[in-house]
Write a protein that binds this ligand. Structure first.
Ligand code: BES
Ligand code: ZN
Ligand code: ZN
Length: 499
């Protein structure tokens, strides 16, 4: 729980008070005299320099006037100045410092925190609060559901209360924005952390229905019979090797039928074994994360539902299936009919994401007539070869949409890197027997995957985010745990906010 407080740090009776300081003393926060002297001594002997990720834990002396048990000073790194770029850097520095504060609290098993908002110069106070709160919330995330309780453990590792002190309460808006976006990302991490025997196709349907109920949205779940009626042979084909039958989950936030609609589509493969083109077993357990795109769009819907933007409709679609080999599974060479009538030769059953996304994109564009579409998917191993775990691959048929997304990514610290589309790549998908085949040759694997999707979006402004490298094992940061990162959620939330 986060609240904004007007009490002074000295009067706080909880477990720990947190201050921030940069590498240039005095530019991070105004500190009470006793504490400032201690910090100067620590700087003098080189124990605290204010560097990013650095912490100094102190136990206040009686004459400092504090009632809390501990004081933590967290480094913010070099002070940030300037415009544009500087705001982006400052946000990231605050998120990291928030993450470091939470990580320290968890390590010490401290449950109540009082956090003094630093005084920056490049961002207004409510934006400072937004970024810091994002870091605090994202950094306090843990997934220990399947761990038996540790023995002789007096306190569980869980932060129960964060009081943010800003000298003014005008930061509330920023605090809420930060909390809502970060909690959404944590919701996506929770879905992704569930193993594939717990997070199934039905879980996506149930989650969508619960979101709808809780926030007054609508949710429709299309089962196999309806998918067949609509001609969605991609979702049906990919799901046909599994006992867990495929579904398409649609969650709608509709304010006004006449308002523009933004369509979000997320790949929801609850487990990707590769199907008949089965993957090697080493590392296959990670393919439970192949639903991170689906998790991202549902989590983003949760944030949208909490913020309730006006004059805009947002629809999330999750084509959900489990890709397993089985008696009815797709085989290499099979030809399937996707939504809208295009035929596809399935040359490789492991290139399944594009098949379910193509159905969902074509259907969603036809049904909702969106002004823009963004899909997000753990689509290709090739994007990890190209960009590693540090940038999400971005593809778009529309420059304005691409720019909007890049900006949203910069603001949220989830960086995107645009790769090209083009006729040369589309041609690589020519099939001898069908309208197109589902893979190209070994080259440009992420681009041909995107080019495949492009065949199903027509002229609507569309962008595709390939999060195969960033959905888990994302760049190590204090506010990003090992395992699923929730990457993409805050970018989508930011895109909606700025629409
Ligand atoms: N889910 C995988 C992509 C993936 C691989 C995500 C590694 C994260 C890490 C996708 O369905 C897939 O298997 N793609 C194939 C495509 C190939 C058969 C053309 C790939 O990337 O190898
Ligand atoms: Zn696959
Ligand atoms: Zn996959």
């Amino acid at each position: 729980m986060i609240k904004v407080t007007r009490k002074t740090p000295e009067s706080y009776r909880g477990d720990m008070v947190v201050f921030f300081d940069t590498e240039e003393p005095g530019t991070g926060a105004e500190l009470p005299a006793g504490l400032r002297q201690r910090l100067e001594r620590a700087r003098k002997v080189g124990d605290f320099k204010g560097k990013e990720g650095e912490t100094l834990l102190l136990y206040p002396e009686a004459d400092w006037g504090f009632t809390a048990d501990r004081i933590l000073v967290v480094g913010l790194g070099k002070p940030v100045a300037g415009d544009g770029e500087a705001g982006i850097r400052r946000r990231e520095s605050l998120r990291k410092a928030g993450g470091t504060s939470s990580a320290t609290a968890l390590k010490l098993k401290v449950q109540q925190l009082f956090v003094a908002l630093p005084t920056g110069t490049v961002l207004p106070a409510d934006e400072e609060a937004e970024a810091l709160v994002e870091g605090l919330v994202l950094g306090s995330y843990r997934f220990d559901r399947y761990k038996s309780a540790e023995k002789d453990n007096d306190r569980p590792r869980k932060i129960k209360e964060i009081a943010l002190w800003a000298g003014t309460t005008s930061v509330r808006r920023g605090v809420n924005r930060g909390r809502v976006a970060a909690e959404a990302a944590c919701a996506a991490r929770d879905m992704a952390n569930e193993p594939a025997n717990k997070w199934t196709v039905v879980s996506f349907a149930r989650y969508g229905e619960q979101l709808a109920e809780r926030y007054g949205l609508s949710c429709r779940v299309f089962a196999v019979a309806e998918l067949a009626g609509l001609g969605m042979g991609g979702i049906i084909g990919v799901g046909s090797g599994s006992a867990d039958t495929p579904r398409l989950v649609a969650v709608e936030y509709i304010t006004d039928r006449k308002a523009p609609t933004l369509l979000l589509v997320g790949k929801g493969i609850t487990f990707d074994s590769g199907g008949i083109c089965i993957k090697p077993s080493a590392g296959m357990e990670e393919m439970k994360y192949d639903m991170c795109g689906g998790a991202a769009v549902l989590a983003a819907m949760q944030a949208v539902a909490e913020e309730r933007p006006v004059g805009l409709n947002v629809v999330a679609l999750v084509p959900a299936a489990e890709n397993l080999p089985g008696p009815a599974a797709l085989k290499p060479g099979d030809v399937i009919h996707l939504y809208g009538g295009k035929t596809v030769e399935v040359v490789n059953t492991d290139a399944e994401g594009r098949l379910i996304l193509a159905d969902a994109l074509a259907f969603g564009i036809d049904k909702y007539k969106p002004v823009a579409v963004v899909d997000i998917a753990t689509l290709t191993g090739a994007v990890v070869v190209a960009l590693g775990h540090h940038r999400t691959g971005l593809f778009a048929n529309d420059d304005t949409l691409a720019e909007r997304l890049k900006k949203a990514g910069d603001r949220s610290g989830e960086l995107l890197w645009q790769l090209p589309l083009g006729e040369e790549y589309t041609k690589m998908l020519k099939s001898e027997v069908a309208d197109l085949k589902n893979i190209g040759d070994r080259s440009a694997g992420s681009i041909t995957a995107a080019a495949f999707l492009q065949e199903f979006v027509g002229e609507v402004p569309w962008a595709h985010l390939d999060i195969a490298g960033t959905a888990w094992n994302y760049t190590e940061k204090s506010y990003v745990p090992k395992g699923p990162s929730g990457n993409g959620v805050r970018t989508l939330v930011e895109l909606v906010r700025g629409w």
